[in-house]
Write a protein that binds this ligand. Structure first.
Ligand SMILES: Cc1cc2nc3c(=O)[nH]c(=O)nc-3n(C[C@H](O)[C@H](O)[C@H](O)COP(=O)(O)OP(=O)(O)OC[C@H]3O[C@@H](n4cnc5c(N)ncnc54)[C@H](O)[C@@H]3O)c2cc1C
Length: 286
């Protein structure tokens, strides 16, 4: 196995594109190295992107923030301005692993690992985050929900790297939140995750919403009917009941040792409702 740590994204793309065998991007390595050591993958080439300076920065952009794909979770959690603007996204990132894992793991690694249970992904999808992808044919931007298709599979073509994630500016009276259910208190894989992002008008009526669910399908789901249940309401009990019902209805989960289908479907509604209530409190204060 060859290990390369190029200093520019162009070199990284060229290395990945030219490799005839199995090539992988390495960011924090907290998923990749586990799979490598476990014998699940046998790379011919590993391209470490942590030495690419431009991918290690958090840069303000048009009232929002562009998060480099090699920025570790710990750095994002310690960035007060990103935390203030997108608290739900940052709280989701901060749930990943332990202090040690946080020092290495990236939000983009969480996304490109393509686990339906990845914690930061429902929060990013709810936030309308956009990934900038660089490859042999140039640059393209795509909504985060279009990256993963099923466990371990992405829409990224050979040689493509996610360079950064844009968390956009947001109007006043906006709030987001992420909640997950795990059987233990920490260091566990989400049995269900729910991200909610809302914007209220001056009278407190919800004028925009996005709701995303994790661990209830083959990929993270953006649930339009759940958002529709909130829009035009003040998130009263009736609206929250409709949101919970729409969230549960969207689920197509598996049964496994951590949760039955029935349990996941029920919990998706409960968590979406609770996350919406937190997002509402935040929106009222912002
Ligand atoms: C002890 C432990 C606890 C964990 N707890 C959680 C948890 O609570 N919640 C959770 O969601 N996850 C958890 N994880 C999983 C893991 O830490 C996260 O998914 C993490 O965000 C992965 O980021 P990384 O930078 O380490 O990715 P890596 O391991 O470097 O990469 C993951 C995958 O993404 C690809 N990739 C990485 N960067 C890019 C890029 N820029 N462009 C294209 N492809 C790329 C890699 O090729 C690889 O296939 C845990 C892992 C461990 C070991």
């Amino acid at each position: 196995m060859r290990y390369e740590a190029p200093g520019s994204i162009e070199s990284a793309v060229a290395l990945l594109a030219q490799e005839k065998g199995r090539a992988y991007v390495l960011a924090g390595g907290t998923d990749l190295l586990v799979r490598l050591r476990g014998g699940y993958i046998e790379p011919d080439l590993v391209v470490d992107v942590k030495r690419i300076e431009s991918m290690r920065k958090i840069v303000p952009e048009a009232g929002g923030f562009r998060i480099g794909a090699a920025v570790p979770a710990a750095e994002l959690g310690e960035h007060p301005a990103v935390k203030k603007l997108w608290p739900g996204v940052v709280e989701a990132v901060e749930l990943i692993g332990s202090k040690q894992v946080q020092g290495r793991a990236t939000m983009v690694g969480n996304l490109c690992n393509a686990s339906p249970a990845a914690d930061s992904v429902p929060a990013m999808v709810a936030a309308g985050a956009v990934a900038t992808v660089v490859g042999p044919n140039g640059k393209r931007n795509l909504p985060v929900e279009e990256i993963s298709t099923s466990p371990g599979k992405t829409t990224l073509a050979k040689g493509e790297i996610v360079e950064s994630i844009l968390l956009a500016a947001r109007p006043p009276h906006s709030g987001d939140a992420y909640l997950r259910f795990i059987p233990r208190t920490e260091m566990d894989i989400a049995v269900v995750g729910a991200g909610v992002n809302i914007t209220l008008d001056d009278k407190g009526v919800c004028k925009a919403a996005r709701v995303a669910l994790g661990a209830v399908a083959e990929r993270v789901l953006l649930v339009g009917p759940a958002a529709d249940a909130l829009i035009g309401t003040k998130l009263d009990e009736a609206a929250l009941d409709k949101l919970a019902a729409a969230a549960s209805a969207a689920c197509r989960p598996i049964d496994d040792k951590r949760g039955t289908k029935e349990f996941r479907i029920k919990v998706a509604g409960v968590l979406a409702r609770r996350a919406a209530t937190i997002a509402l409190e935040r929106a009222r204060k912002s």
